[in-house]
Design a protein around this ligand. Structure first.
Ligand SMILES: NC(=O)c1ccc[n+]([C@@H]2O[C@H](COP(=O)([O-])OP(=O)(O)OC[C@H]3O[C@@H](n4cnc5c(N)ncnc54)[C@H](OP(=O)(O)O)[C@@H]3O)[C@@H](O)[C@H]2O)c1
Length: 266
């Protein structure tokens, strides 16, 4: 059976790579796309891929006039929540690649998804090395009670912490809360020096030229330390296979699920 997909952000860095990959599958049909500057055009013309014959619309609401099974959200943090809720109200399952959604956004989305009996699969990072970082870190957190996260990205990235760092912190919070030796409110000096508290974990975001995107979790115990780190290069290819898998599997879920491993056999 062909899965009909609407892709929001189809002309962007990540979305365009995903759209081109979808054009070469037998089971996925990209029936509509969302991007403001290319609205009114056929996606294939914009991307130079003739197999993509879906229309580009300026908004998710307009694109959802084309019936779809799965809506993929790959725009920007400020438009993501409204797009996801609109897609759920239209009866689509949703794959979320966009970063920057908060825990309260996910709680609101979960309520609507459950009411609509639809799945939402949110992956701050679709890359396999990130999925493995998450799994290894969860195992470490079961044994080591103290950790912090460093979130690396290029200087143009507007959201902080990254979706990858947020998701990692959330997942570690499901294992346990870290136990810093000096409580944060007893910090001497600026509190910000200890980073942002995300789901109980201290996260330190670097935004500098020379970085692309990476995440590092450091576990510390007396006289020993464990560092687990993922780095991606400058292409969007690492995110394609995971996103395709999410599109194919999201209809098996109900409510919000975080991380690709919920549809992977790890
Ligand atoms: N989960 C993952 O593995 C993963 C991987 C890479 C990136 N990301 C995240 O995905 C998001 C997109 O990243 P990117 O680098 O691809 O960004 P990008 O290159 O700026 O692309 C954004 C896309 O969204 C469209 N867009 C932006 N705002 C919109 C709005 N208000 N309404 C309709 N369309 C809108 C843009 O087209 P117009 O400007 O023409 O509207 C463009 O097509 C970011 O949050 C990023 O952190 C996640």
């Amino acid at each position: 059976m062909t899965i009909k997909v609407c892709l929001a952000g189809a002309t962007g860095w990540a979305g365009s790579e995903l759209a081109r990959a979808m054009a070469h599958t037998d089971d996925l049909a990209l029936v509509a796309a969302v991007a403001r500057k290319s609205a009114g055009r056929v996606l294939g013309e914009v991307l130079g891929e003739p197999r993509l014959d879906g229309q580009v619309y300026a908004s998710a609401i307009e694109a959802l006039s084309q019936p779809c099974d799965v809506f993929v959200e790959y725009t920007k943090p400020d438009s993501a929540r409204a797009n996801i809720l609109a897609a759920l109200e239209h009866g689509a399952h949703v794959v979320v690649g966009t970063s920057g959604l908060s825990e309260s956004d996910f709680a609101a989305i979960d309520a609507v998804a459950r009411r609509q009996n639809r799945g939402v699969l949110a992956c701050g990072n679709f890359a396999l090395t990130v999925v493995l970082l998450q799994k290894f870190a969860e195992s470490a957190a079961r044994l080591i009670p103290q950790w912090e996260i460093i979130d690396y990205a290029h200087d143009n990235k507007v959201d902080a912490p990254s979706g990858t760092a947020r998701e990692l912190a959330f997942r570690l919070s499901q294992v346990r809360q870290p136990a810093p030796t000096v409580p944060l409110d007893k910090t001497v000096g600026p509190r910000e020096a200890r980073g942002a508290s995300v789901a109980g974990t201290q996260v330190h975001s670097l935004r500098l030229p020379g970085f692309v995107i990476g995440a590092e979790v450091i576990f510390g115990m007396p006289d020993q330390r464990l560092t687990i780190r993922h780095d991606a290069g400058s292409g969007a290819r690492p995110y394609v296979d995971g996103a395709l898998l999410a599109v194919r599997k999201v209809a098996t879920l109900v409510g919000v699920h975080r991380g690709l491993d919920c549809v992977l056999d790890l």
